[in-house]
Design a protein around this ligand. Structure first.
Ligand SMILES: O=C(O)CCC(=O)C(=O)O
Ligand SMILES: [Fe+2]
Length: 286
């Protein structure tokens, strides 16, 4: 088989389906500095955005999670672990953060996924939206929250500013290059589909070639405690390789436009009225 190209895996959806700030026809007069940065870079970096008291309560709870022996680097198994961890919800649903997300995506956002590892995912270059059902159409954003000064050797988050204007990787297109077995397989513990893992064998080279020809610079996010980086679901990013065993203490949270998740049937609100998704399966948090 010929090498799969980035162009074979992407689509340019009709702009009427996209969040307002992604529409070429948008009138930019009257937008905020933050919204303009988002349009330009596909990321928004806000220093000292989350108050220490919220972070400290979460850090204490997370640090106490040590199943088995020793330090737990991987974090909780489930993306919906926040259902059992109110300290996590308090950070993820911090009202100024939720308001900021809504102003970038164009509608109220619902929180539905947390990554609590204190180590890089070491996941290769990707966009987030292709893991979603197609109807999400990039009404989606994720937030990287630094819980301490991030060490350059710890495998920081890296991204390519401006890459959110490239084509949109589509799960449906990617899956056509997989076998039926690869498409169907799920992880035994968590039940998550494994296809993105198999797809890396051709998605990663296709993206690498696209990056090389783009000439865009790779930017690491070396945040300090309370700094947040919000990124676009079409932005190329990765968890870079660990160059030491220095921990990387962060919290990563993912959100969708509340009207773009008909698949998330159970929605709850916290005491500030902020939305998060509830799932039937109880999270494994002990
Ligand atoms: O910082 C990392 O390890 C990458 C995380 C990531 O790709 C994600 O949460 O979507
Ligand atoms: Fe990602």
């Amino acid at each position: 088989m010929d090498m799969v190209r980035f162009a074979d895996l992407v689509e340019f959806p009709d702009e009427a389906q996209l969040p307002p700030l992604d529409r070429a026809s948008l009138e930019q007069a009257g937008l905020s500095e933050d919204q303009l940065a988002w349009i330009r870079d596909g990321v928004l970096l806000k220093r000292k955005f989350i108050p220490d008291d919220l972070l400290d309560a979460y850090i204490e709870r997370r640090a106490a999670y040590r199943p088995g022996t020793g330090i737990n680097r991987a974090g909780w198994l489930h993306g919906h672990c926040y259902l059992g961890v109110p300290e996590l919800r308090a950070v993820a649903l911090y009202p100024p953060l939720m308001d900021m997300l809504a102003s970038l995506i164009g509608e109220e956002m619902i929180f539905h996924l947390a990554l609590t590892g204190w180590v890089s995912t070491q996941r290769e270059w990707h966009q987030d939206d292709y893991l979603n059902p197609d109807f999400v159409n990039t009404w989606y954003a994720a937030v990287w929250i630094a819980l301490e000064d991030i060490d350059p050797e710890s495998g920081p988050f890296e991204y390519l500013p401006g890459s959110h204007r490239w084509g949109l990787l589509r799960g449906e297109k990617i899956r056509t290059f997989l076998t039926d077995e690869e498409r169907a397989r799920r992880e035994p513990g968590s039940g998550t589909y494994q296809w993105p893992k198999y797809a890396e064998r051709f998605v990663t080279p296709a993206i690498d070639a696209k990056i090389a020809e783009s000439g865009l610079p790779v930017v690491p996010f070396l945040g300090q405690k309370g700094d947040v980086l919000i990124w676009h679901s079409r932005l190329m990013h990765r968890g870079s390789r660990c160059k030491s065993d220095i921990p990387r203490r962060s919290l990563i949270t993912h959100y969708s436009g509340i009207n773009h998740r008909p698949d998330m049937l159970l929605k709850a609100r916290d005491e500030n009225g902020r939305a998060y998704a509830v799932f039937d399966m109880p999270p494994d948090i002990d």
